[in-house]
Design a protein around this ligand. Structure first.
Ligand code: ADP
Ligand code: MG
Length: 319
């Protein structure tokens, strides 16, 4: 079975020559004189990443938010972005709403649109973001150490639950506003990422599901990870749902755009304090282990919970 990562590894991964870090992380790192540049691209396609009737203002927000999330996962400060837009037709009302949503978020994070491309075709939005950081502060996926605590920001599973409800009910109005916001207007954790540069060893943003994304950190750091199911900060809307659905949404549901990061145990108090300062829950959910490269989820008794899927993949369609 060809997976998204398998395809990239087979055809498009070459060792970085001039880049400090090439294909395979949340951002690539390009050298600079005093700091380095983090760069990342993400595409949203109608029918795959969003419904055709999505509110254009929300879509403008989300298209930039998912890209900013990769800068957050690297610990970078947002600077510039480009926008490649493929539109089926010119719809002024749609464009003015879309650009309002896009620029509201751009202004919030002081990131500047500096170019792009506009073409006609099926609706798709590609944004490339550039950010700045000190090379030593980069939160690379290969930086985790055995014995590190695994942490996660915010609450998990809300976006996946909102998507399920949208698919089954077909109408946005029926869905709890907070839950819908989780799916349609995620908040990139930029402030957190920047502060983690000095505290954490590695980070990734949860775009494809906790298990799949933590597995990228484990693989690139050549470590295992044990997750304690009972410690996971599950979105409150999931509390009354069946265990299987809670597990599916929190462990393998994508689109939460929270940060999962690892840090040495002496940083516990600093990280807890940072969470309080930012008004964002930061929860310790497990440990990185030396041992086989795998992510295991354990119940209170220490027995492993078996998952049938790990997360979203465009080509193996596991979720
Ligand atoms: P993320 O979920 O953080 O956006 P992806 O899963 O989309 O990352 O991509 C994984 C890695 O592969 C990233 O480093 C990305 O830059 C790289 N990548 C994805 N597609 C390609 C491609 N077509 N050519 C080169 N690199 C790619
Ligand atoms: Mg990412």
């Amino acid at each position: 079975m060809t997976t998204e990562l398998g395809l990239i590894a087979k055809y498009f991964s070459r060792p970085a020559k001039r880049a400090l870090l090439g294909v395979g992380d949340d951002c690539a790192l390009l050298p600079g004189s005093s700091a380095c540049t983090a760069i990342s691209t993400d595409t949203l396609v109608e029918g795959i990443h969003f419904f055709a009737d999505v509110d254009p203002k929300t879509l403008g927000h989300k298209a930039l938010a998912v890209n900013l999330s990769d800068l957050a996962a690297m610990g970078a400060t947002p600077r510039f972005f480009t926008l490649a837009l493929t539109l089926p037709r010119v719809d002024d009302d749609w464009l003015s709403q879309f650009s309002a949503g896009l620029f509201a978020l751009a202004d919030q994070f002081q990131i500047e649109l500096v170019g792009g491309d506009t073409t006609r075709g099926p609706l798709s939005i590609t944004i490339t973001v550039l950010g700045e950081l000190k090379t030593d502060d980069a939160l690379r996926r290969d930086g985790a150490k055995a014995g590190d605590d695994v942490w996660v920001s915010g609450r998990l599973g809300g976006a996946a639950l909102a998507l399920r409800q949208l698919l089954s009910q077909g109408t946005r109005a029926a869905i709890d506003t907070d839950l819908r916001t989780r799916l349609e207007a995620p908040q990139p954790r930029i402030a957190l990422g920047k502060r983690l540069g000095a505290l954490a060893h590695s980070a990734i943003d949860i775009s494809d599901g906790l298990l799949a994304d933590l597995n990228h950190v484990a693989t690139r750091s050549s470590l295992g990870a044990n997750i304690d199911w009972s410690s996971l900060p599950i979105h409150p809307a999931l509390q009354s749902e069946a265990l299987a659905l809670r597990q599916m949404c929190a462990l393998t549901g994508g689109d939460d755009y929270e940060l999962c990061f690892t840090a040495a145990t002496p940083q516990r108090d600093n990280i807890t304090q940072l969470g309080e300062e930012l008004g964002l829950p930061l929860t310790r959910i497990g440990t990185m282990t030396s041992g086989p490269i795998q992510v295991r989820v354990l119940d209170r008794a220490g027995d492993e919970l078996k998952q049938s899927a790990t997360g979203f993949d465009h080509f193996s369609r596991q979720f």
